[in-house]
Design a binder for this molecule. Structure first.
Ligand SMILES: [Zn+2]
Length: 233
């Protein structure tokens, strides 16, 4: 009879390693902290345990400051009421900067894309953060994104150009097309990044020079869209 702590699956005795032995934790508090870390993307149980044990060794004040930073983050962060970017204030630093061009709105999936484009130093307009892209497989539809807010911004008449800067994936293309259709009745230019960004690439992984060039060499969306129509014919 194997030790019950080791567990048995299909008659095989499992090794008493960390992965299979959550119930072996000497402390419920430790187990709870490990579980919280392990719930984060890209963190397995082993890494979670290592991080928790590391925190446990630190000074009480340092661990408190770590915990408080997480609590404050969730409690006090805003989504900019104009562009939906993450911000400490109701209107973010980009939207409230008088030196940014208010006529251009660059539509991106998330804040990491804003950071990537800002890193190129090639863009001086504003942003609109969608909070994702349309992906039926993941159950994400237009209503789950900030497309209504985008349309309201365009309706207000300040914008001349909407630059679609979404990932060059099928979901990105679907979202581009949906937004293009939604905004078609407004007197604005809809452009998209030049395809220096490789097909299938996620924007945040494009290097700064490629991404910077793609912003400068952007293309009217109709050109790409009608090109596709010809391909399909
Ligand atoms: Zn903003």
């Amino acid at each position: 009879m194997p030790d019950e702590k080791f567990g048995v699956i299909f008659g095989k005795v499992l090794k008493p390693d960390i992965m299979s032995a959550f119930h072996n934790y000497p402390s419920k508090l430790l187990e709870q902290a490990v579980r919280e870390f392990a719930a984060l993307p890209g963190i397995g149980n082993k890494t979670a345990l290592r991080l928790v044990l590391y925190l446990l060794k630190q000074e009480k004040e340092d661990v408190e400051s770590f915990g408080n930073a997480m609590i404050e983050l969730k409690k006090n962060i805003h989504h900019c009421e104009i562009c939906q970017n993450i911000s400490d204030t109701e209107v973010c630093q980009i939207c409230s900067n008088p030196n940014r061009s208010r006529e251009q709105v660059c539509v991106v999936e998330n804040i990491r894309d804003v950071m990537a484009i800002e890193g190129t130093n090639q863009y001086k307009g504003l942003y609109h953060v969608l909070g994702g892209i349309i992906s039926p497989i993941d159950g994400v539809g237009p209503a789950d994104l900030t497309i209504d807010q985008l349309e309201l911004r365009i309706k207000s008449g300040e914008t001349d150009e909407v630059i679609l800067a979404l990932s060059t994936t099928m979901e990105g293309d679907t979202t581009n097309f949906y937004i293009y259709k939604r905004l078609q009745t407004y007197p604005i230019r809809v452009t998209t990044l030049a395809r220096g960004v490789a097909i299938g690439d996620e924007l945040e992984y494009a290097d700064e020079i490629t991404l910077g060039r793609s912003i400068i060499d952007r293309t009217p969306f109709e050109v790409i869209f009608s090109g596709r129509k010809q391909d399909l014919a």
